[in-house]
Design a binder for this molecule. Structure first.
Ligand code: P6P
Length: 337
């Protein structure tokens, strides 16, 4: 009889997406086949970036960093490598018309008749890499409106119009968290197999969890409302237990913990960064999309739903508050005082 330990019917990412497409009510903006091919290119980019992160960590560890490679140019910074891998994979897919990247000042327009626009931060948090902190690729996908030939207006749209969004966190293993508008699912890269396997089906945040995640070093710059909110968590007046503080300083890692354990994460706008630090299009929108699909909320400093905001330029910043529904509703009460 079959060995019970051996999984013989695993759900890979490709199989999962094909199943999703056949679900009733799957977002009609994703024609059968096209999205699977786009997703295959996305997952290739994640695998290749994961490979380079592991290799570069090793390279740095044994002091080879900074060595000139065969063509004599300097060892590329990892975020440049991640950016090139991502852009090349999107171009090769034949399904993408536009790319916005945190590493590229201007919109990238490909030749051909791709019907998707992809926005991304290829390696968010890369400054933490040498400290062994998890970093990640954050991405969002818009479908070009019918009749559009592909221009900046196709990406200056509210995040709620995205047909897919997510991130891949490069930690002990590569973890992809993805939504195509029907809930939120987690996949883990099985390196030897080279496949992302469904390991966290139907992710849902708990409604409440006493964990807050913010860079307290900015406290003196916050508005009084923001100061009062965090003070209430740390010195509760109703005699309840104070909240726990957890801050990694890598958005993908802080958001991943928030999805798995609950709680809230914030990068408020402040007197120094009046529009906040995080980028709306390829950090705020994808994380807000994922969090909402997992039953949480995501708002800006004015208590507005992040996914309803319309960027005016591709690198626009925004304050970001996201996490458990009950925790963000509590924060919103303070923000609107
Ligand atoms: P701070 C990393 O540089 C990043 O863009 C996000 O990943 C992270 O959430 C934030 O900046 C951390 O910023 O000011 O707390 O170091």
């Amino acid at each position: 009889e079959a060995n019970p330990e051996v999984q013989t019917d695993i759900i890979t990412l490709t199989r999962f997406i094909l199943q999703e497409q056949n679900k009733v009510g799957a977002s009609s903006a994703i024609p059968t086949g096209d999205f699977t091919l786009l997703l295959n290119s996305l997952q290739f980019a994640f695998k290749f970036i994961a490979h380079n992160i592991r290799r570069s960590t090793l390279v740095n560890l044994i002091g080879l960093s900074g060595t000139a490679n065969s063509t004599g140019d300097d060892q590329k910074k990892l975020d440049v490598i991640g950016d090139e891998i991502f852009i090349n994979a999107m171009k090769a897919s034949g399904k993408v018309k536009l790319v916005v990247s945190e590493e590229q000042e201007d919109l990238i327009v490909f030749e051909g008749d791709g019907r998707y626009a992809v926005v991304c931060d290829p390696i968010d948090g890369s400054s933490n890499l040498d400290a062994g902190v998890s970093v990640g690729t954050i991405f969002g996908v818009y479908k070009l409106p019918e009749g559009s030939s592909g221009s900046i207006k196709d990406v200056l749209r509210p995040g709620k119009e995205m047909v897919a969004a997510g991130y891949t966190m490069y930690g002990a293993s590569a973890n992809l968290v993805l939504s195509t508008g029907n809930g939120c699912n987690g996949f883990t890269l099985d390196d030897p197999l080279g496949e992302f396997i469904l390991t966290h089906p139907d992710l849902k945040l708990p409604d409440l969890r006493s964990i807050y995640s913010v860079n307290e070093g900015n406290s003196s710059l916050w508005s009084d409302n923001v100061k009062n909110y965090f003070k209430a968590l740390k010195f509760p007046e109703d005699g309840s237990k104070p909240y726990s503080a957890r801050y990694i300083g890598s958005m993908v890692a802080d958001v991943h913990r928030t999805i798995l354990y609950g709680g809230m994460f914030a990068y408020p706008a402040d007197s120094k960064s009046k529009k906040g630090k995080l980028r709306l299009l390829y950090e705020g929108f994808p994380m807000a999309y994922i969090i909402e699909q997992a039953g949480g909320l995501a708002i800006n400093d004015n208590g507005e739903r992040i996914l309803d905001l319309v960027p005016t330029e591709i690198h626009e910043r925004s304050g970001v508050w996201l996490g458990s529904k009950g925790e963000i509703e509590k924060a919103k009460k303070y923000l609107l005082k």
